[in-house]
Ligand binder design. Structure first.
Ligand code: UDP
Length: 470
């Protein structure tokens, strides 16, 4: 009888990491013969349970974690529920999980020494490489962002002091065609200082990155070929397995789902979906410009709206943050819907009435949009989102940017919003982007379909990580 092979998955605490890790767990679950455990802190495990069908055999296990021991507010165990100044305590707190994780894996090994085991961890949890080495098990990192952004980060963090010149443009020595404007690396530059704990924390993660046995990435090689090559070079020739896109299957909308019902009342490709992901927001003044621009564009829209930056992200929404009477006017004209809270994003993007996505360009949002053939209006706000947006414009041709590299200080005006939204929703430019997005969607779906490149990459990863014993 064949032994069960064990996979232990350990994501970083943020929705954009937890969700793809759960999808990876479910993807491996579909192959027979694997016992899969996803590990995290108690409240993240509770949330993940609600995403997992009751029929799933994926085990969810929590490690003891008390947020207040790390200066975090009670119940706050995830990056998306924390203001910016508390991110570092959360990063730091992840290191405190090491003893409990080591015990967890070593108990599993002693309980069943004959079943092989592999750790798949988040690159933010670089220390898991040392645990794997100590216990003699295979280790892979799972990168939930795009290849290109990961490779750029790598390049910036490892070579940063050598690369920056006095000009406003930064060229990566090994990628002359990737040029970054000063404003796109502002945050990284702020961290480029040995006295800054965030800089030191990330440098440590990068140092660990290259010690792993390989990297799994949420992309399809055919879609992001140059990024995959770039990452292979950056990581010194480590195996890179492109197994994506990992996507949630949209649930069948029920007739009483108000958002989907509203979309159904609109013609094909006529609604703009607007969302800045699970944790980013724009400033109050930008919110007004966006609202005015949307109103002036004449386009129907569905906007996932949260308190502006500087206000409690999970707090109540105040009408004063929007132009007077905006929400009511849009409702009366059947022009726009504001979603206060969590939106059923996959269901919205897969609906035929959705014609474009105004997005912060988080990697999951990019993949979800393109798999559904929906073009993007890029409004990147932080981190890798700039690189994702830039790649979608320059390499893939499925995106037009409203804001580039200005982050929360951006000065997007209502006229820009109106002009760009009109051209994407009503003009020829939008038609062309939609055609390309559909083509890209086919490439992405083929990669994860029968015999596709991502399926073959997953076969190869499983064979390499846990080979069948003769
Ligand atoms: N998401 C969602 N509803 C929301 C906001 C986000 O379902 O109201 C999901 C979205 O579908 C995606 C993830 O949360 O899977 C956000 O990940 P992404 O990488 O796009 O951005 P992040 O939130 O990490 O910045």
């Amino acid at each position: 009888m064949e032994t069960t092979k064990r996979m232990m998955l350990f994501p970083f605490m943020a929705q954009g990491h937890l969700i793809p890790f759960l999808q990876l767990a479910q993807l491996i679950e579909r192959r027979n013969g694997y016992s899969i455990t996803l590990i995290n802190t108690p409240s993240n495990i509770r949330n993940l349970r609600s995403y997992l069908p009751t029929s799933s055999s994926v085990h969810l296990s929590s490690l003891p974690f008390n947020p207040s021991d790390h200066g975090l507010p009670p119940g706050h165990e995830s990056m998306d529920s924390l203001p910016f100044h508390l991110l570092f305590p959360l990063y730091k707190a992840t290191e405190s999980l090491r003893p409990a994780f080591t015990r967890f894996v070593s108990d599993a090994l002693s309980l069943d020494p004959t079943s092989p085991l592999c750790i798949i961890a988040d690159p933010y949890l670089g220390w898991t490489v040392d645990v794997a080495e100590e216990l003699g098990v295979f280790h892979a990192f799972f990168v939930t962002g795009s290849e290109r952004s990961t490779a750029i980060y790598h390049s910036l963090w490892t070579l940063w002091p050598l690369q920056w010149s006095h000009s406003d443009e930064l060229a990566l020595p090994n990628r002359p065609n990737v040029r970054l404007h000063r404003s796109q690396v502002t945050k990284l530059l702020l961290y480029g200082d040995d006295n800054n704990p965030i800089f030191v924390f990330f440098c440590r993660q990068i140092a660990h990155f290259c010690k792993s046995d390989g990297v799994i990435v949420n992309t399809a090689e055919e879609f992001e070929r140059s990024g995959v090559e770039f990452l292979k070079e950056e990581s010194g020739g480590m195996p890179v397995w492109a197994v994506g896109p990992l996507l949630r299957v949209p649930s069948t909308p029920s007739s009483d789902d108000t958002h989907i019902g509203w979309l159904a009342g609109h013609p094909p490709d006529s609604v703009l979906y607007v969302s800045f992901g699970s944790m980013n927001t724009i400033s109050a003044s930008q919110m007004v410009e966006l609202a005015m621009g949307l109103e002036a564009s004449g386009t129907a829209f569905m906007w996932v709206i949260r308190p502006p930056s500087g206000f409690d992200f999970k707090g109540g929404f105040r009408e004063e943050w929007l132009p007077e009477g905006f929400e009511e006017r849009m409702r009366e004209q059947n022009r726009g819907v504001l979603i206060h809270g969590w939106a059923p994003q996959m269901e919205i993007l897969s609906h035929g009435s959705t014609g474009a996505f105004l997005s912060h360009c988080g990697w999951n949002s990019v993949l979800e949009s393109l798999c559904n053939g929906v073009p993007i209006i890029g409004w990147p706000i932080a981190g890798e989102q700039f690189y994702n947006s830039m790649m979608m414009v320059e390499e893939i041709g499925v995106c037009v940017e409203i804001a580039r590299g200005n982050g929360n200080e951006s000065v997007v005006c209502r006229e820009d919003v109106e002009r760009i939204v009109r051209s994407v929703m009503m003009g020829g430019e939008g038609e062309e982007m939609r055609r390309k997005a559909r083509e890209v969607g086919e490439v992405l779906r083929a990669a994860v379909g029968e015999g596709g490149a991502s399926v073959r990459a997953m076969d190869d990863f499983l064979r390499t990580a846990l080979p069948t014993m003769a």
